[in-house]
Design a protein around this ligand. Structure first.
Ligand SMILES: [Zn+2]
Length: 252
């Protein structure tokens, strides 16, 4: 590829660029590079939200247009998160394929005998105030040791290799040795990750791991709910829907 002719690196353009100019040029160059090399529709982290802008599901960042999202995917934050996730997956793979893991990594490997699936209970929940639907998931791990803390993570339909990918679904995984990792297939809607909306709790005494999530309200619901929703959500900062300027219910 010919990098010489990209914006910001024109030979003979002359003069020093200020740092802000070079930042703009750099971003533009990254954006163009990404547009050439990335199929945005198959990117599992790319999401259009109900505000008409775009989000990175991996970094929870908001972008005004596809170009901005693509530039983000080439940036340090996204790349770091990708690497982190890849490392996490490699670790998960170690657990499912211990023989191969010992061959490639001569580290001390715990020899875990899986004892089956944990007990679980899933309850559909609805917040009467925000009208958000959600799930309360309780997983019980009676046999885990004192130092074990169950883990959870979301996985897109394209990351898993158990079922044929269907972009309408995502998976919510729970893991705690010596139990088998379990996954719940849930709607691929955006999860409301704001504090208080999304939480997990590990009760060491009862050995119960609890996770609650709410889906973000969708445009369809916004229409149905009419002005009440509009009023409630008019205080969402459109540049960052994760920050509410007024999270309290309207005063009477
Ligand atoms: Zn990202």
């Amino acid at each position: 590829m010919d990098f010489q002719n990209r914006v910001g690196s024109k030979p003979g353009a002359g003069g020093m660029m200020t740092s802000s100019e070079s930042n703009v040029a750099r971003r533009e160059r990254l954006r163009k590079l990404a547009l050439e090399t990335i199929d945005i529709e198959s990117d599992p982290y790319f999401m259009r939200n109900h505000l008409g802008s775009y989000e990175c599901k991996l970094c929870l960042t908001l972008h005004n247009n596809e170009g901005s999202y693509l530039a983000h995917t080439q940036g340090k934050k996204h790349q770091t998160n990708l690497a982190r996730r890849a490392a996490l997956e490699a670790k998960d793979k170690d657990h499912t394929a211990p023989a191969r893991a010992t061959a490639s990594a001569p580290k001390v490997k715990k020899n875990v005998v899986k004892i089956g699936r944990p007990g679980y209970k899933v309850t559909k929940v609805r917040d009467p105030r925000t009208r958000q639907f959600g799930l309360l998931v309780e997983v019980t791990y009676p046999e885990v040791t004192e130092e074990t803390k169950p883990r959870h993570r979301f996985m897109s339909a394209y990351e898993q290799h158990v079922e044929v990918p269907n972009r309408q679904y995502q998976y919510l995984l729970f893991a705690a040795e010596p139990y088998e990792t379990i996954a719940f297939k849930i709607q691929s809607r955006e999860i409301d990750m704001r504090p208080g909306r999304f939480w997990t709790y590990w009760d060491k005494d009862t050995h119960k791991f609890t996770l609650q999530l709410f889906y973000r309200n969708q445009a369809r619901q916004r229409q149905q709910d009419g002005s009440a929703y509009q009023q409630q959500h008019s205080q969402v900062n459109p540049l960052n829907p994760y920050i509410l300027t007024g999270n309290e219910p309207p005063q009477q």
